[in-house]
Design a protein around this ligand. Sequence first.
Ligand SMILES: N[C@@H](CCC(=O)N[C@@H](CS)C(=O)NCC(=O)O)C(=O)O
Length: 221
Amino acid sequence: MVTIYGVPISVHVRKPIVTAILKDIQYVVEPVIPFNPPPNWSSLSPTGLIPAMQDGGFTLAESTAICFHLERKKAAPAILPVDAWDCSRVLFFDGYAGHVFRSVIHGLFFQKIINPNILKGATDQSVIDSILATTQPKAFSFLESQIKGTFLVGDSLTLADIGIVSNLINFQYLGFAIDKAAYPKLAAYAAGIIALPPFRRALADEKPFAEQMGLNRGFAT
Ligand SMILES: N[C@@H](CCC(=O)N[C@@H](CS)C(=O)NCC(=O)O)C(=O)O
């Protein structure tokens, strides 16, 4: 049994959860909120960030490393293509997903959810407006240019889709829509990936957490 530490509505915790569901690997989620971690947290997550994982006597942090462990634990269905060029492209998009999180999603989520609900601070609307006017259109325009079909790379779900769409889920959780006029391919792509069974189950399982935080689930139903 694999234990995944973190909250399932997190962009990065959802990556190993979707991967485990896709591969039919048994897992449990041990809720950890980074702002209020358990005493042994630094031994599980050296950065203090979620997710971390335990599998038998083996512990690991960093979502990409955890997904890679799950890939080696159970090869099929693969989230990393055999073809070298395709695999490199998948790793590029996984890295780009980290960029989307840091430059778009983290700031929006912090201002709309973490600051008012957890830290009891005030939302800074100017930060939200700035992200929506600068980094978000730049990232979405790039992604729009990359979409050629159902999946970002090849003809099956890979770590590229898992990382990118996990960000797009949290964008929509905040009540924002992917503008179909400006980004028609991205909007259709995200809806298609979210409709796949591993994402549907992950979103159903995280429903109580999403509802507790007052997140918008309209796109997921
Ligand atoms: N590179 C890390 C990033 C993890 C990350 O940023 N996690 C966020 C939640 S999605 C977090 O722990 N945030 C809490 C904080 O910033 O203190 C990974 O892929 O696991």
